[in-house]
Design a binder for this molecule. Structure first.
Ligand code: NCD
Ligand code: ZN
Length: 341
């Protein structure tokens, strides 16, 4: 059995770093593992301008512990009124790596998101022309659609027409959770990719109800049936370069999770790469981890591969029940089986 595993340093193509005290608490977890991360713009208020993104990027840089080399890649939060010129200016200036589409009210801090995709015509047309990546939260918000079907219905109602109308647009369907999403991306041309979280490879929807309500297993898109978990995990470990690492680490204070109306989000940053290593090892394809974690995403975004490496070592370390006082990490009480040097 391999005792150590050395990989090209990975990137996280979808993370919530938050702001203020939470940013200060969590930035180091991401920065110690990942060279770069696509940082989600769903702050309150959301990051909708070049100035706001530059200022947020500075706050992130200040929050990263001394000696860690980490590049935050910023995103612009799209709204019904997004100005294509402001977006393109930020892209040109190297501030915006991507734009983020939240359907209005789909998830945490998405109230200012897009209420009708028709409002984005000019924005998507410009993105297609300048080659800017669109990151998509792929769930419809129609209350008539069952929550477990919202990703599949989004693919039919929104994504399929979008790909038809903007065939050259580079789209990342984020944090996929269903066999429909895995199949759609596998069949799509190479300008369509997807990120996959560690939790959606490990838990199915039963995890939210195991012996009682389990708010720390609740995130959006919500975990689905076992058959979907298997399909998503198979996509992650397939070696197909359309699929790449995106943790969707989404910390919320414990009280905001353990509540009558608990927030959606799983905080997996502290042991993310260790957890992915366990998934690939269990599936007998540890040799494909590096592609998924460190290469496919960079190729998709047209960015250089990281030159440095990280080393994971076999370990019995147990994920703590709490971190930073009040955060409950994914895999609390469990043993990923690896530790980052
Ligand atoms: C995210 C958050 O808390 O910001 N929550 C989540 O469940 N993933 C938002 C999101 O990515 O949907
Ligand atoms: Zn997210």
């Amino acid at each position: 059995m391999t005792e150590t595993l050395t990989l090209r340093r990975p990137d996280d193509w979808h993370v919530h770093l938050r702001d203020g005290d939470m940013l200060a608490a969590v930035a180091g977890y991401t920065a110690r593992q990942f060279a770069r991360a696509i940082v989600m713009p769903n702050l309150s208020p959301p990051v909708t301008s070049v100035a706001a993104a530059e200022s947020y990027r500075n706050r992130i840089r200040l929050a990263v512990p001394e000696g860690m080399d980490f590049t935050p890649l910023m995103t612009i939060y799209l709204t019904d009124d997004s100005d294509p010129d402001e977006m393109a200016r930020g892209h040109e200036k190297g501030v915006f790596t991507a734009a983020k589409l939240y359907p209005a009210n789909a998830t945490t801090n998405s109230a200012a998101g897009v209420s009708d995709i028709a409002n984005l015509g000019k924005v998507l047309e410009r993105m297609e022309r300048i080659g800017m990546v669109l990151c998509v939260h792929g769930e419809v918000t129609d209350p008539a659609v069952d929550i477990f079907d919202r990703e599949a219905v989004f693919i039919d109602r929104i994504l399929t027409p979008m790909v038809r109308d903007f065939p050259a647009l580079r789209i990342v369907l984020e944090h996929i959770t269903s066999e429909q999403a895995a199949q759609f991306v596998a069949d799509a041309p190479p300008n369509i990719g997807a990120t996959i979280t560690p939790h959606h490879c490990i838990i199915n929807r039963n995890a939210m109800f195991a012996g009682g309500m389990r708010p720390h297993a609740y995130c959006l898109p919500v975990a689905k049936r076992e058959r979907h978990r298997i399909a998503v995990r198979a996509a992650a470990t397939s070696g197909d370069s359309s699929f790449f690492l995106g943790t969707d680490s989404a910390p919320h204070a414990r009280g905001a999770k353990e509540s009558a109306c608990g927030c959606a989000g799983i905080f997996n940053a502290p042991y993310a790469i260790e957890t992915y290593a366990r998934i690939f090892e269990e599936d007998g394809v540890l040799d494909r981890l590096e592609g998924f974690a460190s290469e496919h995403g960079a190729h998709f975004y047209g960015l250089p591969l990281n030159e440095e490496t990280i080393t994971l070592r076999r370990s019995d370390a147990v994920v703590p029940d709490r971190l930073d006082g009040d955060l409950v990490p994914f895999m609390a009480g469990e043993t990923p089986g690896w530790s980052l040097d």
